[in-house]
Design a protein around this ligand. Structure first.
Ligand code: FAD
Length: 333
C-alpha cells in the first residue's frame, strides 16, 4: 500500500569517514521536501565506525539518522550496502529516497531500485513535490538537453532519484539542531561477499581541481583555434584560476574531457566563472549557472550566455582577453 510509505530519506555517502558534499546538499533539498510533506527527514548512514558522523548529519538538517554499522561495510560494495539499505527501506518504508549522482550513489540506487521494484530518476537537477498526490517531481534535461523532463513514479514506493553534485544547496551547519539516531543490526559475513576490496587507488587527476576551484576561466569555440585558446590558459594562470571549456572545445582537442563543463561534463559552482567565446547552449549552462558571478565575453550581443551572466562584455575576445591579462598583471604587482 502506497499510503504506508512516509518520510524523506537521503543516502549519506561517506568515504574514509568523511561525508560527501552532495549528501549535505541533498539534506538541504530533502529538508524542503520533508517540510512541504510535513514528514521527517532522515539520513541513512552505512559503514564501519560511522556512528560519530550522526551529529553532522543532524546539523545539516536531518531529524533522524538510520545507522547500520558493520566491519564488512568498511569500503563501499554494492552487495553489502544494498543489504543494509534493503533492511532499512523494507522495515521503515520511506516515500522518497535521494542519492548523490556519484559513481557509488548511482550504482547503489540502481541496484536498490531493481530489488525494491520501484522507479529511479537518474541525474536529477531539480526536485519538488506535488503535495496533493504526494508525488516527487524529479526534473532533468532530456532529448539532448533541449527540454527539461519532469519524471513521476506514480505506482511504486519509495520514489527514488539520484541528484547531481553541486546543484542543490546545503543548509548552514547548525550543531544546536537535535535529532534521533536509530541503529539497526545487520547480519553480514565477509566470507559471504562475492567481491573483495583489494586496494583503493585515489584519483589524483586535475578533475578535482576544476570541481573545487573558486575561479574558473572557461573558453568556447569563439577562441578560434588551439592557439587562440592559449589566451584562456594565460588569463587563468595570471589570476590563479582553473581552466574549463565547452564540449565543442573538447571535441576539437583543445582541452581534455575532464575539463568540460556541462551536462555531459562537470557541474561546478565557483565564485567567479568567466565564459569567454561561449554561446551559452543549455547543455553548457546547466553545468555552470549556479556560479556566484558569471562574467561573459562574446561578440554577439544576443548570445544566450548573457541571459545567465552577472556581467557581460560585448566584443572580440581576442582584443579583450589580452587587455584583461595586462591589467591583472599590473594589479598583481
Ligand atoms: P558555439 O556555440 O559555436 O559558440 C561560440 C560563441 O563564441 C558564439 O556565441 C560566438 O558569438 C562567440 N564568438 C565567436 N568569435 C568570438 C570572438 N572573437 N570573441 C568573442 N566571442 C566570439 N556543451 C557543453 O559545453 N557541455 C556539455 O556538457 C555538453 N553536453 C552536450 C550533450 C548533448 C547530448 C548535446 C546534444 C550537446 C551537448 N553540448 C555540450 C554541446 C552544446 O549543445 C553546444 O554545442 C556547445 O556548448 C557550444 O560550444 P561553444 O559555446 O564553445 O560554441
Amino acid at each position: 500500500m502506497i499510503e504506508e510509505y512516509r518520510g524523506v530519506w537521503v543516502f549519506i555517502e561517506q568515504n574514509d569517514g568523511e561525508i560527501e558534499g552532495v549528501s549535505l546538499e541533498l539534506l538541504g533539498a530533502g529538508r524542503k521536501l520533508a517540510d512541504k510533506l510535513e514528514v521527517a527527514l532522515a539520513g541513512v548512514l552505512l559503514g564501519d565506525n560511522v556512528k560519530s558522523l550522526c551529529p553532522e548529519v543532524i546539523a545539516y538538517g536531518a531529524d533522524e539518522v538510520y545507522v547500520v554499522d558493520h566491519p564488512v561495510m568498511k569500503d563501499y560494495r554494492t552487495e553489502s550496502y544494498m543489504k543494509g539499505i534493503m533492511l532499512l527501506a523494507e522495515k521503515y518504508k520511506p516515500e522518497i529516497f535521494l542519492y548523490g549522482a556519484t559513481p557509488n550513489g548511482k550504482d547503489l540506487a540502481s541496484a536498490v531500485a531493481t530489488d525494491l521494484s520501484t522507479g529511479l530518476t537518474a541525474d536529477t537537477t531539480m526536485l519538488d513535490v506535488d503535495l496533493e498526490k504526494r508525488l516527487l517531481e524529479a526534473s532533468r534535461p532530456a532529448f539532448g538537453g533541449n527540454i527539461m523532463a519532469t519524471i513521476l513514479c506514480k505506482k511504486h514506493r519509495p520514489q527514488m532519484a539520484t541528484v547531481r553534485p553541486k546543484v542543490m544547496k546545503a543548509l548552514e551547519r547548525d550543531m544546536n539542531r537535535t535529532g534521533k539516531i536509530i541503529e539497526e543490526e545487520i547480519d553480514l559475513k565477509e566470507e559471504d561477499m562475492r567481491t573483495k576490496v583489494l586496494k583503493i587507488v585515489k584519483d589524483i587527476t586535475k578533475k578535482a581541481s576544476l570541481a573545487d576551484a573558486h575561479v574558473v576561466v572557461a573558453g568556447g569555440k569563439g577562441m578560434g583555434d588551439l592557439q587562440g585558446f592559449q589566451l584562456i590558459h594565460e588569463l587563468a594562470d595570471t589570476i590563479g584560476a582553473s581552466v574549463g571549456g565547452t564540449r565543442d572545445v573538447v571535441e576539437a582537442g583543445w582541452l581534455p574531457h575532464e575539463l568540460q563543463v556541462g551536462q555531459t561534463g562537470e557541474t561546478i559552482t565557483p565564485k567567479i566563472y568567466f565564459a569567454i567565446g561561449i554561446s551559452g547552449a543549455i547543455q553548457h549552462v546547466v553545468g555552470m549557472k549556479n556560479s556566484e558571478f558569471i562574467i561573459a565575453i562574446n561578440k554577439d550581443p544576443n548570445a544566450p550566455i548573457f541571459d545567465v551572466a552577472t556581467y557581460g562584455i560585448v566584443g572580440d575576445a581576442m582584443e579583450i582577453v589580452p587587455k584583461l591579462i595586462e591589467q591583472f598583471k599590473v594589479l598583481r604587482k
